[in-house]
Design a protein around this ligand. Structure first.
Ligand SMILES: NC(=O)c1ccc[n+]([C@@H]2O[C@H](COP(=O)([O-])OP(=O)(O)OC[C@H]3O[C@@H](n4cnc5c(N)ncnc54)[C@H](OP(=O)(O)O)[C@@H]3O)[C@@H](O)[C@H]2O)c1
Length: 160
């Protein structure tokens, strides 16, 4: 496998990531960081997230994961990580940003080498949570503190 998988996610203090199909907060600066990160990049996205927020990935190249036979003229769709990796190897894609939602973060955790994790000053209602990722060991290679969120750049320890 040549391709590197990098997760990009915004988490509340209790790993909240979604409420009623949307983010539980509105932090334009954090959203701008997300848009800048994925611009012109390949992004791996769950079918539900893509159907809910396809507009968020405008300017990126979406690879959708679905097992239900979903198709969309604006995206390539695969039904397993093996297919995604084969596609990336064939096209010599160096990196793919994993942009959720929860099912796709959970599925890709073992494949990640990096994680751009925005921790938002939010504790409150949610119906979707980021999976337990501290099962792996992460090194903080950069940290940017903003007024109501902090961006951590994690690298997974190679032996994990
Ligand atoms: N805070 C953040 O950074 C952030 C980021 C992204 C999303 N979100 C939030 O997360 C929520 C959506 O997340 P979600 O977990 O409900 O849905 P999701 O992960 O976006 O999509 C789930 C779908 O992915 C497909 N899938 C799951 N496992 C698969 C596998 N092993 N192989 C192939 N396809 C697979 C299935 O599609 P089929 O049913 O078609 O088979 C499944 O229904 C929303 O509330 C959204 O706002 C938050």
């Amino acid at each position: 496998m040549i391709v590197k998988f990098i997760a990009v996610a915004a988490l509340g203090k209790n790993k909240e990531i979604g409420l009623n199909g949307a983010l539980p907060w509105n932090i334009p600066e954090e959203y701008d960081h997300f848009k800048r990160t994925i611009k012109d990049q390949y992004v791996l996205i769950g079918r539900k997230n893509y159907e809910l927020h396809g507009e968020d990935v405008e300017g990126a190249m979406p690879i959708v994961l679905s097992k239900s036979g979903y198709t969309n003229p604006n995206a390539v769709v695969f039904s397993s990580m093996d297919q995604v990796i084969e596609y990336a190897d064939d096209l010599e894609i160096p990196k793919i940003y994993v942009i959720g939602g929860a099912e796709i973060y959970n599925l890709t955790l073992p494949y990640l080498s990096e994680f751009l994790c925005s921790v938002v000053d939010y504790e409150g209602p949610a119906d979707t949570y980021f999976p337990e990722y501290l099962f792996y060991e992460w090194e903080v290679v950069n940290q940017e503190i903003h007024s109501n969120w902090t961006l951590y750049h994690f690298k997974k320890r190679p032996d994990f």
